[in-house]
Design a binder for this molecule. Structure first.
Ligand code: SAM
Length: 337
């Protein structure tokens, strides 16, 4: 059987045309997919249909194309042991044209073959396996390349291009709302310090959209620093952002209007440094993890220790994402008095 693929928007005009010009069989069943109709045509008229600019396929390919990628992946790897096939990941994350998936231990011995199958069926350039979250001071991901040449990609989010290597750099997709909130701040003429800049998660939206005059972006991890500099360049904010490679405790500044502390779990250790750098009336965006039922008290304890009970005002505290059972990642906007 030969089938002409007619995009939905052309269907009302094209299908009657194919029938009235003797190219399509008026009695045959037209098959619907999400964006197109597949119209059975007479084989001898195939070239005429192609000349109309339509794609023609056969029934077998059609059935294959309209099956879910999950089924196609399982079918392609059906020769692997059933325990491996049954546990193949049925969801994944795309970063540009790189697929990241979670693979369990028995599947790892077939990693190259599995990577190749996902790449082919998902039309991905590279496939990586996330083998265990993010760890350490530098928040490095445990991610392994399964298939492909390079794990470098560009993620487009909120009008910013974030370039990074998924095997070297973490990218917290759960922080999207916070990156978007930073984009919508009004920072006209301000001097902003991003103490934990990473690849520019908050630096870039602030520099590009908020009217800030200067952003000092400090990052200690050499891999992240490399992409921070690259992202400053590709987002064309070189005139606003000054990247600094090294420990933020060595920064020299006493007049910042705004400080971003985008780090969790050990953030309070850096609050004295933020205090030294912020001007009176300046704003700190303080990230940390707290037990959900005591987040406000914990925040107050940390800030009153650093600034005294009268030395700060909490404008708001907001959950960024859940971190562990009963524990969430929060961000607090705090004005220093
Ligand atoms: N805010 C980011 C997001 O939304 O995904 C995550 C940033 S990441 C958790 C924190 C970054 O701070 C890491 O890239 C780490 O290398 C860097 N870092 C840790 N300690 C630092 C220090 N003392 N000085 C400068 N950078 C530091």
């Amino acid at each position: 059987m030969r089938l002409a693929k007619v995009p939905n928007e052309k269907a009302s005009e094209m299908i009657p045309y194919l029938i009235s010009n003797g190219m399509a069989d008026p009695g045959a069943k037209i098959i619907r997919s999400e964006d197109s109709r597949f119209v059975p045509i007479y084989e001898k008229r195939e070239q005429d249909v192609i000349d109309l600019g339509l794609y023609v396929t056969d029934g077998v390919t059609f059935r294959r194309e309209t099956r879910s990628p999950q089924n196609r992946i399982k079918e392609r790897l059906a020769h692997l042991p059933s325990g491996v096939v049954d546990e193949l990941p049925m969801k994944w994350e795309f970063v540009g044209d790189i697929v990241i998936l979670r693979l369990n231990d028995p599947a790892f011995q077939y990693k190259r073959e599995i990577g190749e199958a996902y790449a082919a069926e998902l039309n991905a350039r590279t496939v990586c396996a996330d083998t265990g979250g993010v760890s350490g001071e530098f928040r490095e991901p445990k991610t392994e390349l399964l298939f492909g040449e390079s794990a470098e990609s560009i993620r487009l989010e909120n009008g910013i291009r974030y370039k990074f290597d998924v095997t070297k750099i973490m990218f917290a997709s759960g922080n999207t709302d916070e990156r978007s909130r930073m984009k919508n701040l009004r920072c006209d003429g301000e001097k902003v310090i991003d103490m934990f800049a990473g690849i520019g998660y908050f630096t870039l939206p602030i520099a590009k959209f908020t009217g800030a005059k200067k952003v000092i972006a400090c990052e200690k991890n050499p891999d992240s620093y490399h992409y921070l500099c690259e992202n400053i360049r590709i987002n064309e904010v070189d005139d606003i952002v000054t990247p600094i490679r090294g420990d933020n405790r060595l920064l020299e500044c006493t007049d910042a209007d705004r400080i971003i502390m985008g780090y969790i779990q050990r953030t309070s250790e850096f609050l004295d440094k933020a205090k030294e750098m912020i001007r009176p009336g300046g704003m700190i965006h303080y990230h940390d993890t707290f037990y959900v039922n005591e987040h406000m008290e914990r925040l107050d304890t940390i800030f009153s220790k650093a600034f005294g009970t009268e030395g700060y005002r909490v404008i708001q505290i907001k959950e960024v994402k859940s971190f562990a059972p009963s524990v969430s990642h929060y961000v607090a906007d705090v004005i220093v008095l």
